[in-house]
Design a protein around this ligand. Structure first.
Ligand code: 3H9
Length: 697
């Protein structure tokens, strides 16, 4: 038998163990091994019951994603699953760790399911631009009902073992001797005709859904609307509907056809690319490979503003006690008040239990005294974006922090080398650039400054993982990767407005591409005064953006920015005051408002980002193109089903990118649009960004 699956027979039970590192995915060897093990169990009269489990404390993480796009290798998952479902002896899935995607589908063809506390169960295929392709869309609704199954399939979020028990996805929570418990379960639930029960035969939920298809359709339509990859969401909804309207076998066929269509879609390819890109980005770089991270038992944050509070919430969610320090009691109280209000809103929405809120609040303490810093293993500075202030703060931190503590700055643009130089221990200083709102946004840019030591870097990476972030290590430059590229786009946004293009047109073109928000609405959300302050400090001028700030229009927080907002609403409404200013300014500069078409707007927003990304690679600020894509997909609303800006450029073709950049350089006389040397080199050698090996930063 293939070593990916082991069978142990004894005491009336056949224990089948899937052992296929790293995550027991259902690769070809696993599928073949399962068929063989089942055949042996079927023939062996001493086996009364089969237990299926995963090695190394985890069940199965799904299909082997690395096999997608390769010629299919028999046996198929469908074939193996049918063999399990039709087995003449009960098969019990014992779930530890994760049962995801094809892993949960495997558990659904078993006759009984048992999961231990801490296990996570779900169908995350939608996050890869797919739908469950081995019966998940047909069996899950039959087992737990359509109203529970549909959000699990279209949302892709896994649930806990106790939630799974509550909705009837598993038969029991496992504890103690799991094999014995599995056997007892199979015996106690044995059906009267002696044949093990199959989910495919359950009719109650199907009949219910058929009686009220309008409700199902409305629920599916609402979920599709929320889907990021519309094509995958629509396909998943169709498959779920088929579970209600078609016989089981027909539903399976429908699901399969929809799955195969998605598998070949450019959207899913892009999302699968991002899946592996995120894992590559999270790897410990060689520089930090030989050291262990600091064991972070206690954290401190300096600055109780929006960022500081959000970061504190990340620590509390990870169970790490954190002290938030600000200059006076009022600032601390204000900051912690915002944190508490955020939690309350989440509790009201059902996103957190009251008990969990209280537990998290108990982990966050406010203080005004710097003495508290002495016990922290990591200190994160999150004060205003002003270099002299940050340097002064690091000088003070240096005096009170314990030896070996990691000192992190949350700067989004400033020179981490200069900040580190304010201390006598620059090797302990690292950048940890969280994105706002910090407790929600997944991206963490970790800035590996010139003197950042391996321990500080390793700790930042470990913390990123603990805090549930997607981390990317980058080097020092103005704005690091994300903001530096956004700055390139920002310059063109400003320039387009000077030529009479309205914020709503810029945003419309961005939304049509798939961005969750356009750059103008994003600016309004983030607060326009922040970049105004940075521009003034750096002596930069942006006539339209500056005028908007001079009118006191700082975005949503003042009820107006590029747009206006009704009280209590976040919906941007085009504002005639701004639009007439833009139009008249354009005319005074000799431009014809309305002359720039959508294609040019799109190119001028997109190409500067790609060009800047190429320069970032040239300068080794980022390790590889896919790291840049991870940053944009996780921190800047880039549509995941388009992979990321560098991936997108490769799909368009670098020659086209280069030629367009050259054309806009000539037209606009803007040197920043001149094709980066790296793009010229790659075009010259017929290569793409993806062909570049990771550099050794
Ligand atoms: C599916 O099932 C389709 C079916 O409906 C139809 C057909 C049956 N395949 O994330 P980590 C690798 S679609 C291959 O760093 P963690 C990953 O690349 C699938 N490889 O660890 C990495 O490799 P490396 C539906 C996989 O502990 C290593 O495992 N399932 C797969 O933070 C460790 O990964 C999913 O979408 C895979 N399925 O998290 C689940 N999964 O070390 C996707 C992981 O070489 N996976 N790898 O870089 C996950 O969510 C997380 O990886 C998991 C572990 C929670 C499992």
């Amino acid at each position: 038998m293939a070593s990916a699956v082991q069978l142990r027979v004894g005491g009336g039970v056949g224990v089948v163990v899937i052992d296929y590192p790293p995550v027991n995915a259902l690769g070809a060897d696993v599928r073949a091994g399962l068929l063989e093990a089942l055949a042996r169990c079927r023939e062996d009269d001493s086996v009364l019951c089969v237990v299926l489990r995963g090695a190394r404390g985890s069940f199965v993480a799904g299909a082997d994603i690395r096999e997608f796009g390769q010629p299919p290798k028999p046996p198929s998952a469908i074939e193996v699953f049918a063999a399990i479902e039709n087995m003449n002896k009960p098969v019990v899935a014992v779930i530890e760790g994760v049962a995801l995607g094809g892993g949960l589908e495997l558990a659904l063809v078993c006759h009984y399911r048992l999961a231990v506390a801490g296990a996570r169960l779900g169908l995350p295929e939608i996050k890869l631009g797919l739908l469950p392709g081995a019966g998940g869309t047909q069996r899950l609704p039959r087992l737990v009902g359509f109203s529970v199954a549909a959000p699990m399939i279209l949302g892709g979020e896994p649930i806990s073992a106790s939630e799974a028990r509550d909705i009837g996805l598993i038969d029991a929570l496992g504890e103690g001797d799991l094999i014995e418990q599995a056997m007892a379960l199979a015996n106690s639930l044995r059906s009267t005709d002696g044949r093990p029960p199959s989910i495919r035969d359950l009719v109650q939920h199907v009949e219910g859904a058929r009686r009220d298809l309008a409700t199902l359709d409305a629920a599916l339509a609402a979920l599709v609307k929320r889907g990021r990859n519309r094509r995958a969401a629509e396909a998943a909804a169709k498959a779920i509907r088929a579970a209600a309207t078609e016989p089981f076998e027909e539903g399976l066929k429908r699901e399969r056809a929809l799955f195969l269509d998605l598998l070949n879609s450019p959207e899913s390819k892009a999302q699968r690319y991002l899946f592996f890109a995120e894992r590559t980005a999270g790897k410990v770089p060689p520089k930090a490979a030989s050291v262990g991270p600091v064991d972070v038992q206690r954290a401190a944050i300096i600055g109780a503003g929006t960022m500081g509070g959000g970061i504190a919430m990340c620590f509390a969610a990870a169970g790490i006690p954190v002290t938030v320090i600000d200059r006076d009691d009022a600032s601390v109280a204000r900051g912690l008040g915002v944190v508490e209000a955020n939690y309350r809103k989440t509790v009201e929405r059902g996103g957190l239990s009251r008990a969990e809120m209280l537990a998290r609040l108990a982990l966050i303490r406010g203080a005004t005294s710097w003495d508290d810093l002495g016990s922290a293993d990591v200190i994160i500075e999150a004060v205003f974006e002003e270099l002299p202030l940050k340097k002064e703060i690091f000088g003070r931190i240096d005096k009170v922090a314990k030896p070996g503590a990691v000192l992190a700055t949350n700067t989004s643009t400033l020179d981490v080398d200069a900040i580190a130089a304010a201390t006598a221990r620059p090797e302990s200083v690292v950048g940890m650039h969280f994105f706002s709102p910090a407790h929600i946004m997944r991206l963490l840019e970790i800035i590996d400054a010139k003197k950042t030591g391996p321990m500080a870097l390793r700790t930042a990476l470990m913390l990123g993982k603990k805090l549930g972030k997607t981390s990317v290590v980058v080097g020092v430059c103005d704005g690091f990767v994300g903001n530096r590229m956004a700055l390139g786009r920002g310059a063109q946004t400003e320039r387009l407005m000077q030529e009479g293009v309205l914020p709503r047109d810029i945003d419309r073109v961005s939304l049509a591409f798939g961005f969750a928000m356009g750059p103008c609405a994003t600016g309004d959300l983030a607060g326009l005064d922040i970049s105004w302050r940075i521009r003034k400090a750096k002596g930069r001028v942006a006539p339209i953006a500056d005028w908007i700030c001079e009118q006191g229009r700082f975005g949503q927080k003042t009820g107006k920015g590029y747009y206006r907002y009704e009280p209590g609403s976040r919906t941007p409404i085009p504002d005639p005051e701004v639009e007439s200013f833009i139009r008249s300014r354009a005319k005074s500069l000799g431009h014809d408002p309305g002359a720039v078409g959508d294609e040019e707007i799109f190119d001028r927003l997109m190409l500067p980002m790609i060009n800047e990304g190429a320069r970032i690679l040239e300068e080794r600020v980022a390790r590889c193109a896919s790291d840049i894509d991870v940053i944009w997909a996780n921190g800047y609303g880039w549509p995941v089903w388009r992979g990321g800006p560098m991936y997108y450029a490769d799909q368009v073709g670098l020659r086209i990118v280069r030629d367009k950049l050259a054309r806009y350089t000539a037209k606009l006389g803007d040197e920043r649009l001149k094709p980066a040397a790296l793009i010229e080199t790659l075009v010259g050698s017929g290569r793409s960004f993806a062909d570049l090996p990771p550099n050794d930063r």
